[in-house]
Design a protein around this ligand. Structure first.
Ligand SMILES: Cc1cc2nc3c(=O)[nH]c(=O)nc-3n(C[C@H](O)[C@H](O)[C@H](O)COP(=O)(O)OP(=O)(O)OC[C@H]3O[C@@H](n4cnc5c(N)ncnc54)[C@H](O)[C@@H]3O)c2cc1C
Length: 364
């Protein structure tokens, strides 16, 4: 396995020496996500593929910690954890059979359980990575190093490969819930938002919520007695295809996610009243995420201006999550102070700017 690391490090050193951009790509299941990076057209030798660097390095179920190489297929890791009655509590989307642990961490995306369990970054304990000089670095976990006071392992979640090539990741895992049930209740959007927020303030074992087309779907997870008691309080109709429904939301194969030309994700204050926007909406995470599907007839620029303004007014930001046409800006423009921090981090980790140029923000 060390030969693979040496080979990857040699490629990085050569690229840094000649200022040639590299594109980090494993399973390619999240190619659609992020800015069209300038390294996207690189020659095959410019693609840095860590999929051969795979396998679980260390797994101690009693310690609730797993360390795996980033080329490990996400499905394989989850099967292994499942076999020991454990899970990745942030329920990461795969978006395809080839999803790897590295892509999962770099994309920083979490699934339906995020509002109750936490996001990817909350579960990353340590990383081993190659930086833009080809140096093999470890942060968190057993070896602790620090760059200007940042929690480096967490920083890697959502960095979209712009700071380095992740080699190994240590993650906190959690036990699978003893019982899981899904209920469906009919109501309008305003009532659904109020209901999700009210439930969030109560000791209910709610592990996921989803509102779409007049129906609020809620998942209860936990101890059998707690789930049964909550089921009696909340009412509604129990749905049988429990796990397939949540998988369809997590993997975006539910018809809502395929209904438009552009899919926007607004991450906002959960109590925000129904948003007046064109297109269809699906609400997740107790009201904190509003997915917006926009159809073909709409003017892209006008939609972008409206969506970004609406998200900002609602205390959050908007991401153009999927687009079938080339788009200018995917992520919400950052305030100058935040962009300055991004620049400093890029300078520290990848001074020659060889990794995934422009994938997160065009200027990085
Ligand atoms: C249910 C819930 C609970 C939360 N609890 C807390 C909390 O306890 N403490 C706290 O500090 N925050 C909390 N937040 C806020 C959350 O951590 C921030 O909104 C975070 O910046 C975005 O994380 P995300 O998981 O929504 O998006 P991610 O999936 O992590 O990000 C998607 C992409 O959006 C971009 N992006 C992320 N943030 C911004 C931004 N601010 N501006 C522009 N682009 C951005 C990134 O490029 C990233 O790649 C919570 C959010 C939710 C939805």
């Amino acid at each position: 396995m060390q030969e693979i690391v040496d080979q990857l490090a040699a490629t990085i050193r050569a690229a840094a020496a000649s200022n040639v951009p590299l594109r980090i790509r494993s399973g390619g299941t999240k190619d659609f996500y992020g800015q069209q990076d300038k390294g996207r057209d690189v020659a095959p030798e410019g693609i840095l593929d860590p999929t051969a660097f795979a396998g679980i390095v260390d797994y101690e179920p009693t310690e609730l910690v797993v360390t795996a190489r980033t080329g490990t297929p996400l499905a394989q890791l989850e099967t292994e954890l499942n076999g020991r009655g454990q899970m990745l509590a942030f329920e990461p989307p795969h978006f395809g059979a080839g999803a790897t642990l590295g892509g999962c961490i770099a994309a920083g995306l979490s699934g339906p359980r995020r509002a109750s369990a936490g996001a990817v970054r909350d579960f990353v304990l340590g990383v081993r990575m190659l930086d833009g000089r080809g140096d093999d670095l470890s942060f968190g976990g057993r070896v602790m190093k620090n760059v200007a006071g940042y929690d480096i392992p967490r920083l890697m979640a959502g960095s979209l490969g712009t700071l380095g090539l992740l080699l190994e990741v240590s993650l906190k895992v959690l036990p699978l819930p003893a019982e899981e049930r899904t209920l469906r209740l009919s109501m309008n959007e305003a009532v659904a938002i109020e209901t999700m927020n009210r439930w969030a303030g109560k000791p209910l074992p709610v592990s996921a919520t989803c509102f779409c087309e007049g129906e609020l779907t809620v998942r209860l997870s936990g101890a059998t007695s707690a789930v049964r008691a909550a089921r009696a309080v909340l009412g509604g109709e129990e749905i049988v295809e429990n796990s397939s429904f949540w998988k369809s939301i997590r993997e975006q194969v539910h018809p809502f996610f395929r209904s438009g030309k552009q899919l926007w994700r607004l991450s906002i204050k959960s109590t925000t009243a129904p948003l007046s926007l064109p297109g269809k909406q699906l609400i997740e995470w107790g009201g904190a995420v509003r997915w917006l599907s926009v159809d073909a007839e709409m003017d892209n620029d006008a939609v972008e201006t409206l969506v970004r303004k609406t998200a900002k007014e609602a205390g959050g930001h908007a991401t153009l999550f999927r687009s079938r046409t080339p788009a200018a800006a995917v992520f919400h423009p950052l305030p100058p102070a935040m962009m300055n921090i991004h620049r400093q981090l890029k300078e520290k980790f990848d001074p020659m700017r060889i990794f995934n140029r422009g994938r997160l923000y065009p200027e990085l």
